[in-house]
Design a protein around this ligand. Structure first.
Ligand code: PBG
Length: 325
């Protein structure tokens, strides 16, 4: 008998054969586009470290969202950059704050667009941390911060946000946000919990965009140690117990093992956040002609899905949606 030289290759011979056996699907509905909204008017400015990504004031944001609304993208995720910051991040839970106003404007102009909001204090605090300090101390106070995060989530829901996404990494915030939103009549608003958010160098460009680099210290006192994996599963389980509707792992590509572990351990709806540094690296390599951007991006996003993510937050959402059509 002849040795079977061709075995696995037969089903790779044509596009249609490859299509028949493809295990992972990637389509625009899986993608979430982050958007930065700034206080002020007539603003549309590129973020220098994130080519192709702009910060918009509200009316320009509404215009930008028109394209996104028709691109079949799953959702947008809003980040606000307020006019003024203070020690306690008041702008985060101000009913007339930049995100609250943006949500109202977006929902009015594009009622069918799913609007998610980032719930965190770091863009609103003068010190740039994701929580606040108790008198004089330089350690973020968990419970005080959780109170303000819940207030923030409620104000987003009041403005009409479809989903809230707390990214602060305080303990117990999911339970507190869920309880207080229920009390305030927002039992129908889901929570996407950034369960496993690592203290990562890949957030650098985002901090330029959101002006949220900590003034002192770093985030290792609340974000996860990149060396830990089992801990991510514990975080995920706690968030589910507290009422999370969807979990998130962040960043994505350096943490695909975590995406897989969390999916396997919980079976819960899962998002992965392809973060600013991951985006900027691809953009930089593409600008230099070192990689084929389109192929590299679709490969990257497909890999995140293959690892177990249902949804992907990515700055490439709008561009990729056009490529996937
Ligand atoms: C914090 C927050 C961060 C990102 C989203 N929410 C950054 C941080 O912890 O400094 C990073 C996203 C990115 O890099 O794209 N609220």
């Amino acid at each position: 008998m002849a040795f079977p030289a061709t075995r696995m290759r037969r089903m790779r011979r044509t596009d249609t054969l490859r299509g028949l056996v493809r295990e992972t699907e990637l389509s625009p509905q899986h993608l979430i586009q982050p958007l930065f909204v700034v206080a002020g008017e007539g603003i549309r400015e590129e973020v220098p470290s994130m080519p192709g990504i702009e910060r918009f004031s509200i009316s320009n944001l509404v215009e930008e969202a028109a394209d996104i609304a028709v691109a079949g993208i799953g959702a947008v995720l809003l980040f606000g950059i307020p006019a003024a910051k203070d020690e306690v991040g008041s702008g985060a839970y101000d009913d007339e704050g930049v995100v609250q106003m943006a949500v109202r404007a977006l929902k009015e102009a594009h009622p069918k667009l799913t609007v998610m909001t980032d719930v965190c204090l770091c863009e609103y605090t003068s010190h740039g941390h994701c929580g606040i300090f108790r008198g004089g101390s330089h350690e973020v106070d968990n419970d005080l911060s959780v109170e303000l995060l819940a207030k923030t989530a409620i104000s987003h829901a009041e403005a009409g946000a479809d989903v809230v996404a707390p990214s602060d990494m305080m303990d117990g915030r999911i339970g507190s946000i869920r309880y207080q939103m229920d009390e305030e009549g927002h039992a129908g608003v889901p929570i996407v919990a950034y369960s496993a958010k690592y203290a990562s160098a890949f957030y650098g460009p985002f901090r330029d965009a959101a002006e949220s680099t900590p003034e002192f210290g770093d985030r290792r006192g609340y974000q996860m140690d990149p060396a830990n994996a089992a801990e991510a599963v514990r975080e995920a389980e706690l968030d589910l117990d507290e009422g999370a509707d969807m979990l998130m792992v962040k960043p994505a590509v350096p943490y695909l093992d975590i995406v897989r572990r969390v999916k396997d351990a919980t079976g819960a709806p899962l998002a992965a956040y392809h973060v600013s540094g991951e985006y900027s690296m691809l953009k930089a390599a593409a600008a230099n002609g070192w990689i084929d951007e389109r192929v590299a991006v679709v490969e990257t996003l497909t890999s995140i899905r293959r690892a177990g993510a249902d949804a992907i937050v990515t700055y490439y959402a709008k561009e990729a949606a056009a490529w996937l059509r």
